[in-house]
Design a protein around this ligand. Structure first.
Ligand code: MG
Length: 379
């Protein structure tokens, strides 16, 4: 037996690139719109062993946080924790980060994935193996039907169905109940029945009339209905969960493990969306999933407007976490961004995301492209 030997390493460089990448399609949600560009804080950690690791913080101001705050979290508050540190001490460094700055889970997720990327490359192991080992080699991919131009969206759905994709999540709650029902009806009429329709309100529904409206939605047999009411309205969400036959999925209601404990123990929802950008990394996402699993709640692999770097971290996490069983929504690198930041395309085949087998995150970053999209560089 060959024990894995990791060279002793120190972090010698911390660079934060604030990128602005044009996007190909518009997105509308109950909580707000995305068009034009997305902004990410891309983290590069360098070591004295010659190994570099990459992270991606993908905040959304109306959901998790702002790009300005997350760039500052990495540059001002996390930089002194990382410089000179041993990158293998991931839990210890995250603990220090949590004591240095509250919140900012996107910055902490970026830091964690860059550390895992380094340790994976140093040990020769993919991140999924560092987390306990993969339980699958690919994941079903979900595409979000969120274009205000529904004709264009339906063309996209047809194209993706032909490519093998079977999970479609329709964003609702921004154009009125009648318009939502029309879109669902058209989807069910035009797309073969083996396509799963999932519905996500992104908090866009008023709680007082939610149950009656959601009973109309149930006629289209969605797999689940996600976050109909605002995240903090937990009593209303619990009432909806009890009233409907369709499973209810909590997203904006669950950021922390404490949130997960409340939702799981009081059965406020039937399912939870796990996102590294909400929870602050892969290990935090696995803790949320474990709490849900104890109460019989299944988890979904959600994401924010990420580059392929964060998609890779999410892919490794889900592959190593059987209770995140409802697929993943890592479509942005392939179908949303003008160009992703990975040197090779984020691996999607036949509607499934392939879990990388190379060490670390598994696909190199194209640093020239990061610099091309950078509007600010902090080092
Ligand atoms: Mg959601």
């Amino acid at each position: 037996m060959n024990p894995i030997r990791i060279p002793s390493m120190k972090i010698t460089g911390v660079t934060v690139y604030v990128t602005r990448i044009p996007v190909l399609i518009k997105r509308r949600h109950g909580s707000g719109d995305i068009e034009g560009t997305v902004q990410n804080a891309i983290l590069k950690l360098e070591t004295d062993a010659g190994i570099s690791g990459w992270g991606d913080a993908a905040p959304w101001a109306v959901f998790t946080g702002t790009i300005e705050a997350n760039a500052a979290a990495l540059n001002v508050y996390l930089r002194p924790i990382l410089l000179g540190a041993d990158p293998t001490r991931i839990e210890q460094l995250l603990d220090k980060a949590n004591h240095a700055i509250v919140g900012h889970p996107e910055a902490k997720a970026a830091m964690e994935m860059a550390l895992f990327d380094i340790v994976g490359q140093a040990s020769g192991l993919p991140v999924a193996e560092l987390l306990g080992g993969r339980c699958c080699d690919d994941l079903p991919l979900s595409f979000s039907v969120a274009d205000p131009d529904f004709d264009r969206d339906m063309e996209m759905v047809q194209r993706l169905y032909a490519e093998g994709l079977r999970l479609f999540k329709m964003k609702t709650g921004f154009a009125g109940h009648a318009a939502d029902l029309k879109r669902m009806e058209r989807f069910r009429k035009e797309i073969p029945a083996d396509a799963e329709l999932r519905i996500d309100y992104n908090q866009g529904m008023a709680a007082y009339d939610a149950i009656r409206q959601l009973r109309d939605v149930e006629a289209f047999h969605p797999t689940f209905i996600e976050q109909p009411v605002p995240g903090h309205q937990r009593a209303a969400l619990a009432e909806i969960t009890r009233a409907l036959d369709t499973p209810i999925l909590a997203d904006e209601s669950v950021f922390t493990t404490t949130d997960a404990l409340a939702v799981a123990s009081q059965r406020i929802a039937d399912m939870v969306s796990v996102k590294i950008m909400k929870h602050g990394g892969m290990m935090a996402g696995r803790k949320v999933s474990a709490i849900c699993e104890a109460a019989g709640l299944a988890c979904y692999g959600g994401d924010m407007f990420e580059t392929g770097i964060a998609h890779l971290a999410g892919t490794h996490m889900i592959a190593a976490t059987p209770n995140i069983s409802l697929g993943c929504e890592f479509y942005q690198a392939t179908y949303f961004l003008e160009r992703d930041l990975l040197a090779e395309p984020f691996p999607v085949r036949n509607g499934r995301v392939i879990v990388p087998t190379a060490p670390g995150l598994g696909i190199k970053v194209d640093e020239d492209r990061v610099r091309h999209y950078a509007v600010e560089t902090l080092r």
